[in-house]
Design a protein around this ligand. Sequence first.
Ligand SMILES: *Cc1c(COP(=O)(O)O)cnc(C)c1O
Length: 365
Amino acid sequence: MIQAFELNRQYHSIKGEIDKKIQEVLDKGNMILGENVSCFERDFSGYCNTKFGIGVGSGTAAIHLALLSCGVSNGDEVITVPNTAVPTVSAISLANAIPVFVDVDPETYTINTKKIEEGITRKTKAIIPVHLYGHPCDMDPVLEIAEKHGLRVIEDACQAHGAKYKGRSVGSLGDIGCFSFYPTKNLGAYGDGGMVVTRNEELAETVRLLRNYGQTEKNVHKIIGFNSRLDEIQAAILRVKLKHLEEWNASRAGKARLYHKLLDDSVITRPVERKWARHVHHLYVVRSGKRNQLQEWLKSQGILTNIHYPTPVHMQEAYSYLGYGKGSFPVSERNAGEILSLPMFPELTREEIERVAAAVNSMKQ
Ligand SMILES: *Cc1c(COP(=O)(O)O)cnc(C)c1O
């Protein structure tokens, strides 16, 4: 069996280091907002080329608190895409704002920057571009439009740790960048975690208060806050794993190149990588008009795959109140019916990629 994603091979390759660090945290007994969190905040914000990093409870929380720090509130509108993980949109709802969708580019599957202005109204406060599957959005037009209309840009970089746009790190391009450390992400914890990165000290300070009961110091509460902190054990694990991230991303890029070379593009459509992009291949997503058949065929060959995502957010029951429907976003809807995520993780072997590619190619019509 080839899994779509597998965590154990990676754990076993770093088990000694990880177990030692977890043990150290337990021996010390300081579980919340200790030195592992502050060191990891410094290291990861440095890795993203931003000044501040604030560890939070999840990627969803990162986006939620980022929106609040930007002053997004009741009835404000926030622009994003419908072909994202639902939590991008949940975070907008948690801030009491209204999600406004724009469709995506038919090749990169990231926000179609020519459509953004159609979604802007007097109520629009922010844009959340999603660096989907590890490929960065075309950020220059996003930033220009935001500047022109006085909007904040909050990057959803939950799938794109280490990705670059014209040589600049994702998360550092807009006002604020949001990351998830969900176990399957390029940089994953062994539980939940997230981080907000920014160069803006004021936004950083607000997120720092919001994640910890709105507290400036013990028993002093300046604003109404939440409990949303990265914990010491996860931070200790992430400090170990961050040292390997570049090597793991390079390994993913090698697998993607091999897939690209071996896959027959008369059977499936391969993913693209723009000239200005450093893609970090969180997922390797192909398209097929016979997607369900292809997925079944691969399963019969012992190869497991996933779909990210089978239902665009505007077609989810939870968001039916927005009044969108079938046909509202043709590219996102086409993709939902055609995309398939082939196995992709740094520890996949060359032989496994060859087996997957051969199985895909043999699905001749
Ligand atoms: C994973 C993910 C999130 C949510 O992160 P959690 O840590 O699971 O809350 C948000 N947006 C995107 C694009 C994601 O892939």
